[in-house]
Ligand binder design. Structure first.
Ligand SMILES: Nc1ncnc2c1ncn2[C@@H]1O[C@H](COP(=O)(O)OP(=O)(O)O)[C@@H](O)[C@H]1O
Ligand SMILES: [Mg+2]
Length: 458
């Protein structure tokens, strides 16, 4: 059934649960005057009386009485969507972003992450949605409601945070900030209870680990060519065998991020091996004549069982420095994967990874590809996007969960072949700070709303 975009207004009436629709729409929906109808907001439903507005038959306005507003927990008036589904009228969609660390402070309700969420919520502009932040402890399971923070606009155009008790949403975007927060009892219980709700999708649930993703993708012929050979809990023999096949091997923590704990091992042409890694005080490169000494050195302070050994990819270089890409992908409202941003990350001097933390720089992907490939740029761009979309599709299928967003770390080797190093289910947004990626930043946040509308069936 068609979705209608309307202006919602509240009509002061504390005694009747009523909804007034313009006469033309009223007829289109084949409603009867004073008919009792179920009205839904998120997971809340109330039986209300529908009336038609004959004076403004074509106005794009729906009026809801203040009683119905309270019963459903409708947070605010303004642009919103309406649809008839079965025999019920749905107002929404209601989209909740779940996170932890929410406080009472109306200036900084999510502490230092407030601006991150502020930016996400701003994308609601013109979309006609109810969009909010809440924490697992804000849910009242008895009444099907949630204490939520909304970002509202005042008359002079500025934004402010407002708390409101509203209905449990149609769809939840999982933004639990870390693996450790994920383990909290309140978070676990929230996820457990939510899973038993009929029809309440939650997308981008949890965190990926590198070994899990590898096991899903490596056997898949659709994407295998992009996945480096990898082993878990690598023994000295495993590392030795890998180094016989490849001149470079990466040792990486399975649950690592930001390059923490990564060691690059290189077989030297004249014999011996080097191990390079980053420490608090900078980049380190150590020489070993025997691989066993290198192995001992590395795993003296690191747990082998938390590590992977991976075929090293000889990355293409830019001004002598290796680079790779962060490809940010989204699902759109048609449930199709699209690339919202490709940013090149060029390694800092002597760094084994391309993170900004270790001296790396971000350049819009287009600029770097143009510089390196000139007229061949389009071909390379296409190759990276095609591979990324194929990988995203494969990950979603293999995981069997709803994914609306992915951040893939992709590299090109010196032969022009495309590889994937990592898939992030909670991608950071630091690449978007680049001045020329602002538009991609906005586009990316809008796509989160679009995909939520899709999942909410609006
Ligand atoms: N197998 C590899 N070959 C070459 N470079 C790699 C390899 N694995 C990782 N890297 C480099 O290290 C960076 C970080 O690796 P990644 O797997 O994304 O771990 P993290 O979770 O720490 O970001 C990559 O973006 C890439 O520059
Ligand atoms: Mg990474």
């Amino acid at each position: 059934m068609e979705t209608f975009r309307m202006r919602l207004r509240f009509l002061s009436n504390p005694r009747i649960s009523g909804i007034i629709l313009p006469a033309t729409l009223f007829q289109q929906l084949q409603l009867r005057q004073r008919q009792k109808i179920k009205v839904l907001l998120g997971k809340k439903e109330v039986v209300a009386t529908v009336l038609q507005d004959k004076r403004n038959p074509d106005a794009n306005v729906m009026k809801v009485t203040t009683l119905l507003q309270t019963e459903l927990g409708i947070p605010h008036p303004g642009l919103i969507q309406l649809k008839l589904e079965g025999s019920a009228l749905r107002i929404g969609p209601s989209i909740g972003i779940v996170t932890t660390g929410i406080r009472r402070d109306p200036k900084q309700p999510i502490g230092s992450r407030t601006s991150f969420f502020y930016n996400l919520l701003q994308a609601q502009e013109g979309k006609g949605v109810f969009y909010y932040i809440f924490s697992p402890t804000d849910v009242d399971w008895e009444s099907n409601t949630v204490k939520a923070w909304f970002l509202r606009r005042n008359k002079s155009g500025g934004y402010f945070w407002k708390k409101h008790v509203t209905a449990m949403p149609d769809v939840v975007y999982d933004r639990i900030p870390s693996r450790s927060a994920e383990k909290h009892e309140a978070v676990q219980e929230f996820k457990y209870r939510l899973a038993s709700y009929p029809n309440l999708p939650m997308f981008n649930q949890g965190f990926f680990n590198k070994w899990g993703v590898h096991q899903l993708l490596y056997p898949n012929p659709e994407v295998n060519e992009h996945i480096p050979e990898t082993y878990t809990s690598p023994s000295l023999t495993t590392v030795r065998n890998l180094l016989r096949k490849y001149p470079i091997v990466y040792l990486k923590p399975k649950n690592g991020s930001l390059g923490y704990g990564i060691v690059k091992v290189v077989r030297q042409a004249g014999g011996g091996f080097t191990a390079s890694y980053h420490t608090g005080s900078g980049n380190v490169k150590k020489q070993f004549s025997k691989l066993s000494s290198l192995y001992q050195h590395v795993f003296r302070s690191r747990r082998v069982s938390a590590y992977l050994a991976q075929q090293g990819i000889p990355l293409m270089t830019f001004h002598g420095r290796p680079f790779d890409f962060r490809v940010h992908l989204h699902k759109n409202q048609q449930n199709e994967w699209v690339v919202s941003c490709t940013a090149a990350k060029v390694a800092g001097s002597g760094s084994v990874t391309t993170h900004v933390r270790t001296g790396g720089t971000v350049i819009p992907g287009d600029d770097l590809l143009q510089h390196l490939f000139g007229r061949q740029k389009a071909l390379m761009t296409q190759r990276i996007s095609d591979a990324s979309i194929r990988l995203a599709t494969a990950i979603e299928l293999a995981k069997g969960i709803d994914l609306g967003e992915l951040g893939l770390d992709m590299g090109i080797d010196t032969q022009g072949h495309v590889w994937m190093f990592e898939a992030n289910s909670k991608p950071g947004r630091s690449i978007f700070k680049h001045a020329r990626l602002r538009q991609a930043d906005q586009e990316s946040r809008k796509l989160l709303v679009d995909y939520s509308c899709y999942l909410a069936n609006f």
